[in-house]
Structures are given as structure tokens and as C-alpha cells.
Write a protein that binds this ligand. Sequence first.
Ligand code: NCD
Length: 327
Amino acid sequence: MQNFPSVFESIKDLEKGHIDGLLKLAGKFKGYSHDWQGLPIPFIKRPIIATSFLENSTRTKHSFAIAIKNLGATYIDFNADTSSLKKGESLEETLRTLHSQGVDMCIIRSNISRELAQFKEKPPIKIINGGDGTHQHPTQALLDLFTMTEIGLDLEGKTISIIGDTIHSRVGHSLLDLLPQFGAKVILCGPSECLPPSQEMKEYPHVEMTTNIDEVIDRSDLLYLLRIQKERHSGNQVNYYESYPNDYGISVERLKRHNKHLPVFHPGPANVGVEITRDLIESPYYFGYEQVHNSIFMRMAIIQAVLQNSDKRLGIQFAGRTIQDLA
Ligand code: NCD
């Protein structure tokens, strides 16, 4: 893939051709997972890839770890809590150090929105964003798109509704940047406190916002549920917590009431009994486990695309210099 970014921070970093390439490659990797024949010859130089999760994670971290191992790369689980980051070393210095040790790429999750943007101009190492604050979670959105195509949903002219705490959701923000590129209309639905300010939505002409869940269910081809992200709320945003399950929670019974047979996606972790009921998770409408399954193949594709670019700006270059060069 030509010019794939070395610091993959946001869906906005990708051209449409990159996304099409990733969908194809993830499909190939998924094919290989059933039949290892025809697998590309493993890398002769094994890349070294680290994950650095500065915030909690189950799905993203382990799916990257499995994707790294499936590709035959060497995996390093960089533990931020026991690293020199705790002694005040900057993230940039840490990444330069890892690159100087031969690490090729780092998958980073940070609780600070846009923390990785500073590295785009002069990347200390190749970077994939594993979720930054409330800003972006581009690999999640891409694996969701891959899953939508895998289950036979052609997005052209379809309506995807994202229900929940969109304003705090990095997944929601990445989906907003991605899905309209494939012809989908996106509706954001939830209590008004959960919806982004209309001003912010001006750059998204294909996106609508509403608090009316019943209308949304009737109009949708897919429901994408988000967790209420209490850890990202400041103290005064608690008004809707108690009424949320009744007002916006999705159950099999609610779908039946609307006579709708549509797929329900959730990036996890789900708060069962809040945005989704246990019976819906157990029902055929729920595709959350397909999302998790497909995450491996899309992340393998993304890792390969970033690894294989030939960016010359990376890290510290070792030119074999000696003290004579200092004069
Ligand atoms: C999400 C995340 O961490 O952004 N989960 C995920 O990566 N699958 C969503 C969330 O925390 O609600």
C-alpha cells in the first residue's frame, strides 16, 4: 500500500485506497486462518512490536498481541507502570529508546486525546493508535467496517445508528470519519448530554443527531451501541444514568416491538443491563463476538501496512559515527 502512514493516529490519516487495501488484506488473513496453505513466507527479519497501554484494555491489547504473534513478529508487552515514564521520562524519549533497541513499532493507548499527533512530522518509531482519550480508535472502526462487510451489509445507502455516549467515545468519532466514506448515513442517538455540539457536526453532512430512539430503530439497518463512559464524565453529567436502560437500552423485546431484525454491534466492554440486555447478547441479533473475532485479521492487516511502508524519517539513524565526527 503506497504511502501508508507511519503514525496511524486517525481515520483521517488514510486515503480511501488504504481502507480498501486493508479490507482486502484482512479478508486474506481471515482466509489463511482456516487454511494455512498459501501463507506468505514468514519475515526473514522478524519485526519487533511493542504494545504500550497507558489505559485499561482487554480486547484491543490482546487482539493486537495475537495479531503480532500470528504475523510471526516478536511481541514486547511494554509495561508503562514499571517503566521510566513513571520517573518523568517523556513518551517521545521512551519511543526513541525503544526504536534504538530495535523495536519497529509501538501500539499505544493513551488517555490523552491527540497525544500521538506530535509524532507525525518526525516519527520516533512507527505507531498505531490503540485509542487516545475521547479522540480516535481507528483500528476499532476499521474492524467494525470489516465485520459489516463480512456479514453481508453493503453500506451504500444504509443507515447506521450509533446509540449512546458518542461525545466521549473515540470509537464513535472514528466511525463518524469512516462509515460515510462507504455511502452510509449515520445517526447519533442518545440523551442530549451524550451528543456532540451541533457546531462540531458541521463537518459531517451525512450525520444526523436525535434523542428519539424509537424513530432511530425504525430507520436503521444496523444499531451500534456504546457504553456510557462514566470514567470520562465530570461530576455534573449524572442526570440520565438511572433512566438510561429504560429510555435507550436495547433488548430483544424492544427490537420485536418495532418488528426489526437488524444486527446489533458493540465494541465492548458492555454494561449489561444498561445499554444492552443479557437476552440481546445471547440472541442472533448480537454481533459483538464477530467483531472481536475479526479484530485479529484487521489488526494483522494494519500492522503489515504500517510495517511495510518505507518511511525514511524514522527514529534515530545510526550512521556508525565515531568521536572523530564531533570535531
Ligand atoms: C472501547 C475503548 O476502549 O475505546 N473498547 C474497545 O477498545 N473495544 C470502548 C469503551 O471503552 O467503551
